[in-house]
Design a protein around this ligand. Structure first.
Ligand code: NDP
Length: 247
């Protein structure tokens, strides 16, 4: 008699082709390492730093569609079409609205939001053929709460929610899911740029009273790529210590 497939067997599904943009450091690196530990074939992008230890890396700037296309071609050659895309690459360029120059606004939108559109579009064409795919966007709690000095960044992350939900509606019938993870405060190079006062101010509003580990965001990213998350799409999943209270 055939063994029934247990829930935990389902969750262990591995061997997928995964791409994490900006997976050379910070949260992206933690996500890439978690997928690799799960037994998946993982590629990360970098913009000149080279490959992190033990991971396959391609050079890619998500603000450049040709660079995105070339990176995907290289990844497809090495590990097959991308089945799980984690759009993680992102930047901040904080200042108050009245001081924010137009290129500071458009630059952050281009990297964070249009960059996500570029990689999602490129990945989705192959996912459609496979009739299976997972698009995971790394948003931010700030996308839904706003943040002083982050008009550009918050707009880019809020835009990701509308984008992911539209993709979820367009591609759901083809076995493709699209979800957003909204981390709160994770200690990385990005948050090191915030002043000590601002860091303490943010921490004061976090019910769990601490920063997130990058691995805590990575665990959710791996879950969203697993078969156990097959019925989740169009969702925004907070990993923020309660800062956004579930949005
Ligand atoms: P880091 O600043 O540590 O890393 C940013 C990553 O994005 C780097 O790998 C960087 O590559 C890459 N990147 C930036 N611009 C581009 C580009 N144009 N093309 C390709 N890659 C690019 O950030 P975090 O790890 O902290 O953040 C990762 C994601 O998580 C971001 O989207 C961020 O908005 C989001 N996030 C972070 C939070 C936090 O508290 N840290 C909270 C909520 C969301 P390179 O090394 O070449 O510069």
């Amino acid at each position: 008699m055939e063994e029934p497939v247990s829930q935990s067997d389902n969750q262990q599904q591995s061997g997928r082709s995964v791409l994490v943009t900006g997976g050379n450091r910070g949260i992206g690196l933690a996500i890439a390492q978690a997928y690799a530990a799960n037994g998946d074939r993982v590629a990360v992008t970098h913009r000149g730093s080279g490959a992190p230890d033990g991971l396959f890396a391609v050079q890619c700037d998500v603000t450049d569609a040709e660079s995105v296309d070339a990176a995907f071609a290289e990844i497809e050659d090495k590990q097959g079409p991308v089945e799980i895309l984690v759009s993680n690459a992102g930047i901040t360029d904080d200042t108050l609205l009245l001081r924010m120059k137009e290129d500071q606004f458009t630059g952050v939108l281009d990297a964070n939001l249009t960059g996500s559109y570029r990689v999602a579009k490129r990945a989705a064409s192959k996912m459609l053929r496979a009739r299976w795919g997972r698009l995971i966007f790394i948003g931010s709690v700030v996308g839904l709460m706003g943040g002083p000095g982050q008009v550009n960044y918050a707009a880019s992350k809020a835009g990701m929610v509308g984008m992911a939900r539209s993709i979820a509606r367009e591609l759901g019938s083809r076995g493709i899911t699209a979800n957003v993870i909204a981390p709160g405060f994770v200690r990385t190079d990005m948050t090191a740029e915030l002043g000590e006062d601002r860091q303490q101010q943010i921490l004061g509003q976090v019910p769990l009273g601490r920063y997130a580990e990058a691995s805590e965001v990575a665990d959710v990213a791996v879950f969203l790529g697993s078969d156990a998350a097959g019925y989740i799409t169009g969702a925004v999943i907070p990993v923020d210590g309660g800062l956004g209270m579930g949005h």
